[in-house]
Design a protein around this ligand. Structure first.
Ligand code: CTP
Ligand code: MG
Length: 554
């Protein structure tokens, strides 16, 4: 995790003034959300893909190598910009070189070579290292330890720095904005994710020239933080069927069911990543899941990846979330705060289980913003966006999932008039869900109201694009109870602060974990027992604060 924050504090090499290597201050917001023109999701993705296609990643001795590298690259093509980042505590240095055109990349790759070594697999890719004229740079093999060590390394925007930043804010709303500005995925993080996608595409391009690896999830939906994972869906063909074609490609038929064929293809992809692609390590095949995935770590960009080869619904879902985040400036800071809160107090967990996921939490926030108590609502329902869709918005996945909804919100008459502060929205969110009737109601983003739960389970969030599916099916009753208890606690903590204490505002709700963990450990050494107790206590409607005192007494 530390590694990726190192990426956050990147150095942008200023090519206009070669002598002046400028370290970009991590405590300076470089772009503002406000007043930014809305770029439709597909345009944003296309432009990021094109940017990645005209870029290479070069491992260098140090950031000082940039001049020499710049001179070399400029002798082959036109360099647009260079971005430096490090991976590891004993940092390995990399420079992303963005050229003016994809042709420049082709030229530079044509001039590139392999070391003479029978022990290497001669793979062509956009990941290179810069050989000094008289001595060689350490090969990746030798640097492996540095990468691994780096995983526990020191961040530049440390937790302490974030705490300091939040302490100095004027209001909770200000804290929420700062948290968002300083932890969201930055430009370099996005570039590295698209470059990671290019590598997968290139790996299969010989057989599948129109293959595309689409990033989706938090890397592109506007809710990603610096160290977020990269969700990727690889589509082997992006071509439209040519009905007038006379010569047809000979193709093999799928053997067995579609699922078993897809699992075997994924298996082969896993081997490809593991055996041939530079930087891809820790390859794990999770093929029995509803959507089979390959997990791996790309060491050169320091990105954790989840690769699937299923349908495009995840990409359309990301488009939907991106749109929702773009409609109102308050949406993203609110979601970042709630995701951070859930992570800090241990409601979410990076490994899969019975806990609520970031995706479910995101949908809970969006649903809350679509409905009362806000009058007027801040976000439209999905049905509203479906009604406004025009012919360019029609999408149907090959397995029949209708992903039609308005894509360009410039055409949307925004729900106006709600001027609530971020702070009051945060409090209302906690209040809203601590009282939400999860027993009989399902959270639904398609309609502007909660609907009756179609089947028995602790928490039901209707998948907006596949309405028959429950996004939060994994959530256990104990975890739901804990979510409600913690939401009540957070609401209470925010309401009850009249004066600024040392850890005020967001800090008070984030540090709750330590307190409650101590309480839980003290009262319930066994986790299962603790969870049962929490739900029993909650059924008795004990106030959260009293509940905590109760636990201590026990
Ligand atoms: N997704 C979905 N239906 C689900 C789960 C996930 O459509 N039941 C899609 C969503 O587009 C989601 C993406 O898959 O954003 C990736 O899922 P996940 O990685 O779990 O969530 P992220 O939003 O990427 O959040 P995180 O930062 O925790 O990875
Ligand atoms: Mg993700």
């Amino acid at each position: 995790r530390g590694v990726q924050n190192a990426i956050g504090r990147n150095i942008k090499l200023n090519l206009n003034d070669g002598k002046n290597v400028r370290r970009m201050s991590s405590l300076k917001v470089t772009e503002t959300e406000k007043g930014k023109k809305f770029v439709p999701f597909t345009d944003m993705v296309s432009s990021r893909r094109a940017e990645a296609r005209r870029s290479i990643v070069v491992q260098v001795q140090s950031s000082q190598s940039f001049k020499e590298l710049h001179a070399y690259c400029s002798s082959v093509g036109t360099v647009k910009q260079m971005l430096h980042y490090t991976v590891g505590v004993e940092p390995m240095n990399f420079i992303v070189v963005e050229f003016a055109s994809e042709k420049d990349v082709t030229s530079i790759l044509d001039k590139s070579s392999y070391v003479e070594d029978s022990q290497i697999i001669p793979v062509h890719s956009q990941f290179l290292w810069f050989r000094a004229s008289n001595r060689k740079l350490p090969k990746l093999k030798q640097s492996k330890t540095a990468i691994l060590n780096a995983e526990n390394g020191n961040n530049n925007l440390t937790a302490a720095e974030i705490v300091d930043l939040l302490k100095k804010c004027d209001s909770v709303s200000d804290q929420m904005k700062q948290l968002y500005d300083f932890t969201k995925l930055n430009d370099l993080g996005t570039r590295l994710r698209f470059l990671t996608a290019c590598q997968v595409e290139d790996a299969v391009r010989g057989m599948f020239p129109s293959a595309k690896a689409f990033p989706f999830g938090s890397s592109v939906n506007g809710f990603g933080k610096m160290e977020c994972d990269l969700d990727l869906v690889l589509r082997l063909s992006d071509e439209k069927v040519k009905s007038d074609a006379r010569l047809m490609f000979h193709c093999k038929a799928l053997v067995g069911s579609e699922r078993s064929a897809s699992q075997r293809n994924m298996e082969a992809m896993g081997d490809l990543l593991q055996l041939f692609l530079p930087g891809c390590s820790h390859v794990r095949r999770i093929l029995q899941a509803r959507v089979p995935i390959i997990k791996y770590h790309q060491q050169l960009t320091d990105v954790e990846c989840d690769l699937s080869m299923s349908n495009m619904s995840g990409v359309h879902m990301s488009d939907f979330l991106y749109i929702m985040g773009s409609i109102d400036d308050r949406v993203r800071p609110l979601i970042f705060t709630i995701r951070k809160w859930a992570c800090e107090i241990g409601l979410t967990n990076s490994s899969p289980g019975r806990w609520i996921t970031n995706f479910s939490l995101t949908l809970l926030v969006l649903a809350f913003l679509q409905k009362p108590p806000h009058s007027p609502p801040i976000l439209p329902s999905l049905n509203n966006l479906v009604k406004l869709a025009d012919s360019t918005d029609h999408y149907m996945t090959e397995d029949g999932i209708n992903c039609t909804f308005l894509r360009n919100i410039n055409k949307l008459k925004k729900p106006a008039g709600n001027k609530e502060s971020l702070e009051s929205l945060l409090k209302e969110f906690f209040e809203f869900y601590s009282h939400f009737d999860f027993t009989s109601k399902a959270v639904c983003l398609n309609e502007p109201v909660a609907i009756t739960k179609p089947e028995h389970c602790a928490m039901y969030i209707v998948n907006p694009l596949e309405r028959g599916l429950n996004v939060s099916k994994n959530v256990g009753l104990e975890e739901l109870d804990r979510f409600k208890v913690e939401a009540r606690n957070a609401a209470w903590l925010l309401e009850s602060q009249e004066h600024k204490t040392e850890n005020w505002g967001l800090l008070s709700i984030f540090e709750n974990k330590r307190k409650s963990n101590n309480l839980f450990n003290f009262a319930f050494p066994n986790k299962q027992a603790r969870l049962m107790e929490v739900s029993t206590l909650f059924e008795n409607e004990a106030a959260p604060v009293e509940f905590k005192n109760e636990s201590v007494k026990k």
